[in-house]
Design a protein around this ligand. Sequence first.
Ligand code: NAD
Ligand code: TDX
Length: 331
Amino acid sequence: MKLLVTGGAGFIGSNFVRRAIRDELPGIEGAEILVLDALTYSGVRANLAPVEDDPRFEFVHGDIRDERLLDELFPRVDGVVHFAAESHVDRSVLDSGVFVETNVLGTQRLLDASLRHGVERFVHVSTDEVYGSIEEGEWDERFPLEPNSPYAASKAGSDLLARSYHRTHGLNLSITRCSNNYGPYHFPEKLIPLFTTNLLDGRRVPLYGTGENVRDWLHVDDHCRGIALVYAGGRPGEVYNIGGGTQLTNVEITERILELTGHDWSAVEHVADRKGHDLRYCVNIDKIAEELGYEPQVPFDAGLAEVVQWYRDRRDWWEPLKERAALDSAR
Ligand code: NAD
Ligand code: TDX
């Protein structure tokens, strides 16, 4: 079996690829992996260094919107796991154009190529942010989609488009909607890696608004295991929530990172809130648990401590990325 993994040089996609090649993902053991990645600012080739020389691994530098390239690659693969996206909410607030281009148009190009070349299976990696924000209770997969940020709206567009290719064309496709991930190789613009690396450098961290917003933090290993289970055993046309991590307010997660890096609240700068900031996310995971036997395995406190240690050890990975980001924003 050969899988096309789009966005395989990003945070979650590269975790999926590294672990697939090491046969750590249930149901897809032995799979060959062809990564298609445009290496945007968040795509980092070094994320794939641990598997670069494996005969089951291949990398193609290219864009999911490039139909000619897709026609070259698709005859060589059996299935698709689609991670590639613009993924940062704050960037979508500043400029949403590329979010529509990549997340909506790019997904449509992949879906059409899948039909043209008769791929056997497609998993579309969506997000819990498509549901919007929920003050209390949990979303199950039947909740209406009420995305609030342009990022979430573009993901909802691609999620619904993916669903339509199953309903209209019978494409063997399932959709995953996961909560907030954390782990190594997380690009240092998102809360956990930004705060950790700033604090390791003795710099302050920007906490938006009241800090009372709640996120459900799941280790990236658990997310990727859930995706593999859905690829191997999920029902066509179905959506599967993935989550079941640890619910924390931003104040609480900040407190833990401060402790792990040896700082106190004087390192925190209270800044203006994110526009349209979702208050709370909370997914119900009964469906994937009952149908596919999924449950999260990484305990949050141990997982977070390991991740902070990873950032201590891997300045070689994150320092150049932060320097490049600083140069880009100065332009
Ligand atoms: P990321 O930004 O780290 O990685 C995105 C990858 O996609 C990068 O390697 C980038 O180069 C690539 N890419 C972007 N545009 C491309 C294009 N046009 N053609 C080919 N490649 C392109 O993002 P991530 O956090 O790893 O997220 C991966 C997926 O998981 C996304 O679809 C995201 O919506 C979803 N998701 C993320 C989270 C989270 O907490 N990070 C949670 C749920 C779902
Ligand atoms: O500097 C910051 N200060 C701050 O208070 C940043 C970057 C974030 N925050 C807050 C905003 C959120 O309430 O922290 C929370 C987490 O923010 P992000 O790390 O940007 O994640 P979020 O907006 O929740 O979205 C993430 O989870 C769902 C991913 O980036 C998405 O790709 C995924 O779909």
